[in-house]
Every structure is written in structure tokens, then in C-alpha cells.
Design a protein around this ligand. Structure first.
Ligand code: ZN
Length: 320
């Protein structure tokens, strides 16, 4: 019997339940929604989580769709799923955990005697992640616009780097950011424990974005097929783009933005990126690319003040 919280599944079964996470302010018990898929045949274990950032909802839609498509009677191995990690942020559609104003993805591997975020991180880390052979932490670029990409965060010198990179390629969004992440990221903690993990960033939107969700669903199905959980063939691009860093581009003048590029565009140093106009359309500033790269992420709102970021260019670009 495979157990995760109150979810229990015998071989060939799927089950959903709750993982006890303590109590809310009025003293009621609360839990994280969890699911287990127990394949009919022996195999590896995959951990998937969504909702680490409470306003990043595409991953939740991916989990919801994948769980309706998966058939444990025709599957090997096991899948452990946390549908919503940042319980308190999700209730308010906020990025951070409002109880301690912390980003969950800076709290791993967590602390059982620590803050709300540290305890939630510790809970899923010890109950889920550490039982897995590989893991997926579903994110998106917050509510800003972003391409669909996958992040490898352990850094190129890490012994698990190549395994994480393979997982990223198989997930197959065609764009990979391969740059060591900050301390406390699950994508740092899990590889340190010998577990390859990727952080897919499924676009960036308010609410749900169907196109990015579709990319995420296909990504999870690719991973299940490639690593022998299912019998299907993964369908990921053979040629993918890897970036190893970002160059942030700011406005110096305040006003309204006229974009000259779109997400995913390749730019050379000196290419026009955007203009800033006054309220009536007179151009105040033209901003050019400070480096060659790929337009990776963009501001959503059209108005900008001096010193506000307008876009990020992915740099160190090469084809894998
Ligand atoms: Zn995120």
C-alpha cells in the first residue's frame, strides 16, 4: 500500500487525500491536497508539486489534468503529488505565505520547529520529495509575461547537473535556464540529497493560461514516458535553447511602453527593444538591447516609472 497523508493506493490504484499541515488561526486542522498513483508494475517514484507560490496557478491546472489522464493499471512506479503547497498564499491568491511573508521556495529543505513556511517545506520534503527518484516543482513567472521554460538550479558543477538537465530536456518546453539558484530553493535542496529536480516555469499570467498549461501537461507526460512509468513515447524538441543567465532591462524615463520585440525573440546588441512615450505618444526614450540573447520575460502593465524593469534578456544562449 502506497500512502501519502490520508491518500492510500494499492498497486493499480489512484487515491487522493490530505496531508496534515497543522492548524489555522481559529484552531481547525488544515491539510494540503495530495494524491498518489500506484502503478501496477514496479518502477521509480516521481514527486510533483504545484502551488509553491500562491498566485502561480498554471501548475495546479497541470496537476488536475494529468491526474485525470493517468492510468495506474497500465503504469509502472509511483507518483506522489502535492496539489497546493502554499496553502495560506493560495487562499488569498498571493505569491508569498502571508503568515510569515516568506516565499516558500526559499524555505527548503525546511525546519519542523521553524516558521509556517519552513514547516510546510519540511513537511513535503520529508513526506514526499525524499521518497522520490526524481521530482518536478511546477512554477510560472508569477503574473508577469514569460516564455515557457524549465529551470535547472543546482549549478553546472553539481554532480547531479547532467541528470537535472536531462529531465529539463525531456520535459521539453524548448527553453532551459541553467543557472545556480538561491539558497532555500527546492531545486537546490533536492539535488543535494541525490534527487534530480526541475522547476518548470509555465509562462506567466493572472489566473490560468491554457497554452502554458498544455505545455506543462505534455511535459509531465513526457517525463512519465521517458523514465518508464508509461508506455508512450515522449515528444520533446530535439533542438532546445539553453540560457545561463539574465540581463535586466530598465526604463530611465517614465511613461508608456511601445514594445519592438516579443517574448522568445532573438536580439543582438543594439537592437531596439522598446520606446517610452508620454501620455500623448511623443517618444521620450528608445531602449536598445544591452547584449545579445532571447527576450525571456516582460512587464505586463504598459506604464513604467524611472528604474522599473521592463524585460529580461536570457543570456549565454546556446543550442542543446
Ligand atoms: Zn514560482
Amino acid at each position: 500500500m502506497l500512502e501519502f497523508g490520508t491518500a492510500q493506493a494499492a498497486p493499480g490504484e489512484i487515491s487522493t487525500g490530505m496531508l496534515n499541515a497543522g492548524e489555522t488561526r481559529h484552531g481547525a486542522a488544515f491539510g494540503l491536497p495530495v494524491a498518489v498513483v500506484n502503478g501496477i508494475d514496479e518502477g521509480p517514484t516521481l514527486y510533483i508539486q504545484a502551488g509553491s507560490d500562491g498566485d502561480e496557478l498554471n501548475g495546479l491546472a497541470v496537476v488536475r489534468s494529468v491526474m485525470q489522464q493517468i492510468n495506474p493499471g497500465e503504469m509502472a512506479g509511483q507518483v506522489l503529488v502535492v496539489g497546493i503547497l502554499n496553502y495560506h498564499g493560495f487562499q488569498r491568491a498571493e505569491h508569498r505565505n502571508p503568515l510569515d511573508d516568506t516565499k516558500l521556495n526559499r524555505a527548503f529543505p525546511g525546519d519542523p520547529a521553524g516558521s509556517s513556511s519552513e514547516r510546510l517545506a519540511h513537511l513535503v520534503y520529508t513526506q514526499g520529495v525524499q521518497h522520490a527518484d526524481l521530482a518536478i516543482d511546477l512554477h510560472q513567472g508569477g503574473t508577469k509575461r514569460m516564455i515557457n521554460e524549465v529551470r535547472v538550479r543546482c549549478g553546472p558543477a553539481h554532480p547531479l547537473h547532467d541528470k537535472c538537465l536531462e529531465l529539463a530536456r525531456v520535459f521539453g518546453t524548448a527553453y532551459i535556464l541553467d543557472e545556480k539558484g538561491p539558497d532555500g530553493q527546492l531545486a537546490r535542496a533536492a539535488p543535494d540529497d541525490g534527487i534530480p529536480l526541475i522547476d518548470p516555469e509555465l509562462g506567466g499570467t493572472v489566473g490560468w493560461d491554457d497554452a502554458s498549461i498544455e505545455v506543462g501537461v505534455q511535459g509531465v507526460l513526457n517525463v512519465l514516458a521517458h523514465y518508464g512509468f508509461t508506455h508512450g513515447e515522449p515528444t520533446y524538441p530535439t533542438k532546445q535553447v539553453r540560457a545561463t543567465g539574465f540581463e535586466e532591462v530598465y526604463a530611465s524615463r517614465g511613461g508608456l511602453i511601445d514594445l519592438a520585440v516579443d517574448l522568445g525573440d532573438r536580439v543582438e546588441t543594439g537592437d531596439r527593444l522598446f520606446a517610452v512615450t508620454d501620455v500623448f505618444g511623443t517618444v521620450k526614450e528608445v531602449v536598445e538591447a544591452p547584449t545579445r540573447g532571447i527576450v525571456w520575460r516582460m512587464r505586463r502593465l504598459p506604464m513604467v516609472a524611472t528604474g522599473e524593469q521592463v524585460m529580461k534578456i536570457g543570456t549565454g544562449v546556446e543550442f542543446l
